[in-house]
Ligand binder design. Structure first.
Ligand code: NAD
Length: 313
């Protein structure tokens, strides 16, 4: 075993901890506070996080021995990439581990919206039998607009096509030919808004995408559209969404991510046309095990100076 010390600041599946422990000393500190992390980080060559821990400039400047930060999962919006770069720290993630789990959760949310499953279940659990209240819509032949045709967007496109949906996709960073290869008809954002019966969002959160789905977007969308967001809180303007739900412009929304997490009993979460889940899209046993294995291998590769598969900076 080497002398490397690795701190695991958020929960990591046992299988990842096993791989790490064979090659390094592992300090499992799930739930560590920001203050404690800053206090101890100088002892470690590697830091592994999920989405909870904020790895900001303050952490990087205290981390005198840090060589690599590993994010078990996809989104790296909790890591200050400029500060990592400035401090010569490599950042890696596990970009493919959770794709299937998220795409499946989107389908679960899509069906939940189409058939009001959570609300119907709620009435049954209150001893009621309300058939008329729950007139649904079918998804076959409906247009699904996917914003962001990366790993999850592409996987969703394939699955929803096999369910008989017409899939259109918008992604300015991917060529039209590639969007088509990934299972969607390429469109611009206005066409996507106008044509879609369902819209699902799969872009990263960055300065460009923050608030990209706003009042103007809702105004352009087909009346009665249903919206799904499993990407990141902050991409959808929640105040504008609430207004669009109230006016009937948006018939329903399914949200796994929120501008503030947890959001508490916000007007949006408690809205009857909203299906809400607590950021669980990637929360399957399989995805968490895959993310732990992938990130453990990638962090060790970074420490050993081996070629990396998912280097972000
Ligand atoms: P990815 O990097 O494979 O795909 C993202 C795509 O978005 C890319 O193809 C990129 O070109 C595109 N994109 C970037 N800016 C865009 C813009 N302005 N308009 C349209 N497209 C744009 O990532 P992924 O693995 O598909 O993940 C997508 C999102 O899902 C990320 O935000 C990630 O954080 C989130 N996610 C959430 C969970 C969860 O638990 N809810 C789990 C995994 C991933």
């Amino acid at each position: 075993m080497s002398d490397w010390k690795i701190i695991v600041a958020d929960g990591l599946d046992e299988i990842g901890l096993e791989i790490l422990s064979k090659a390094a000393q592992v300090d499992e500190r799930a739930g560590i506070s920001p203050e404690e992390l800053i206090e101890v980080i100088s002892e470690f060559e590697a830091l592994i996080v999920r989405g909870r821990t904020r790895v900001n400039a303050e952490v990087f400047s205290a981390a005198s021995n840090l060589k690599v930060v590993g994010r078990a999962g996809v989104g790296v919006d909790n890591i200050d990439l400029a500060a990592a770069n400035l401090n010569n720290v490599t950042v890696v993630n596990s970009p493919y581990a959770t794709t299937q789990a998220v795409a499946e959760h989107v389908l679960a949310l899509l069906f939940s919206l189409a058939r009001s499953i959570p609300a119907a279940d709620g009435t049954m659990k209150s001893g009621l039998w309300r058939k008329k209240q729950f007139m649904g819509v079918e998804i076959k032949d409906k247009v699904l607009g996917i914003i962001g045709m990366g790993n999850i967007g592409s996987s969703l496109a394939q699955m929803s096509k096999s369910l008989g949906m017409q899939v259109i996709g918008y992604d300015p960073l991917i060529s039209a030919a590639d969007i088509e290869r990934r299972g969607a008809n390429p469109v611009n954002i206005q066409e996507l808004y106008v044509q879609s019966d369902f819209i699902s969002i799969h872009v990263p959160l960055n300065p460009e995408t923050r608030g990209m789905i706003n009042g103007g977007s809702f105004g352009t969308m087909k009346r009665g559209v249903r919206l799904i967001c499993t990407a990141r809180g902050g991409i959808v303007d929640e105040t504008a969404l609430l207004a669009a739900l109230e006016s009937g412009q948006v018939a329903g929304a399914a949200l796994d991510v929120f501008a503030k997490e947890p959001p508490g009993m916000s007007a949006l979460v408690s809205h009857p046309k909203v299906v809400a889940t607590p950021h669980i899209s990637a929360q399957t046993a399989e995805a968490q095990a895959r993310a732990a294995v992938d990130i453990a291998r990638e962090v060790l590769a970074a420490l050993q100076g081996d070629p990396l598969r998912s280097k972000i900076v």
